[in-house]
Design a protein around this ligand. Sequence first.
Ligand code: GLU
Length: 420
Amino acid sequence: MHSEEQKRLNPLDMVLAQIDKASRYLACDPNLIEKLKHAERSLMVSVPVMMDDGRLKVFKGFRVQHNTVRGPAKGGIRFHPDVDLDEVTALAAWMTWKCAVMNIPFGGAKGGVECNPKEMSIREIERLTRRFTAEILSFIGPEKDIPAPDVNTNAQIMAWMMDTYSMQIGHSVPGVVTGKPIEIGGSEGRSEATGRGVVFTILEAAKRMNLRLDGATAAIQGFGNVGASAAKHLCREGARITAVSTSKGGIYCDRGIDIQALQSYYKKNATLAGFEGYDVITNDELLHLPCDILVPAAMENSIHKDNAGGVRARIIAEGANGPVTPIADEILKDKGVFVIPDILANAGGVTVSYFEWVQDLQNYFWNEEEINEKLKMLMVSAFKKVVNIAEENKVDNRTAAQMLGIGRVVEATRVRGLYP
Ligand code: GLU
């Protein structure tokens, strides 16, 4: 069920409101801010695909480059029934701030195809991916716009994108996408980087709150790439995962869930249902569990005006992009919840994407230890900067992260000047 707030909430409006709020504190030139309210380029394509039953279906695809002032546009591609131009544009803007918060030399982009990959065969998904790549081919490239995985896309899909692009160009171009399989220029540590990064930020937050992760309890909403790896790394830190969910609902166990066993079960059955020995719960019940850490790692707007009041976690680490609505943000603030905002909490993915791109361009590859160490350094440093800004300006962490990100993009825009 969607509440009124959710129905009305266009993520692009959320982005514009966030820009206004951050820029009030930054007190910078309004002309520079105006530029950031608009995506530089948006491409909408039709993606005709021959389905297995011989019917032709035409899907809508998008790629939006929000900003390229600090470097090539960077961001994932999602395959989901709710994809539309406004959602992709908002997600592209969040990528711009995210790369700037991490101080990696990328702008922001996002892409997507409106489809339901859960109802498609693997060959249909391959044909969709290849045709979509062909349609956006002139838009992307290692110097201008570099896609990566996002909701319902993975390393295999990146391999098909890389192959389609390379066959058209006439030689292998590994740097055109990140999140690829290791065999074709992917990076060690990339597949778990987002979840690992989420946990690096939780560790920092816990330190500030005198909370020991060893023995702490956590609930994870979403069991895709981000949720599953965040759960795994939280377990490694000694936390007890008491609940996990997917879009279809979740499972709960006060003693803690065996995440490794759940992961192999989920891989095999594509559902959490039937996993023995656990109680069944709804997504709203999961959000309302008493726990130390809550990781929303599903979609936008999952914590909204009608369910935020029931949140009992001390820390929320946003594995997903945009999981907390602005009204929910206010409610959580009043409750004293420490929110680690998306553009910081889940930035580990794009950070290791940056490492992957650098390795591809140099044709020289690092080991996983080096990658994880560099990731940790960048995440901890960004976390500290954001929290300092929040304290100095007496703003919430989200506004502080936006101030850091938007501030850096504004400064780069100012120094480059306006063309022509
Ligand atoms: N889709 C991920 C995100 O939202 C990763 C993007 C990337 O690696 O380019 O941050």
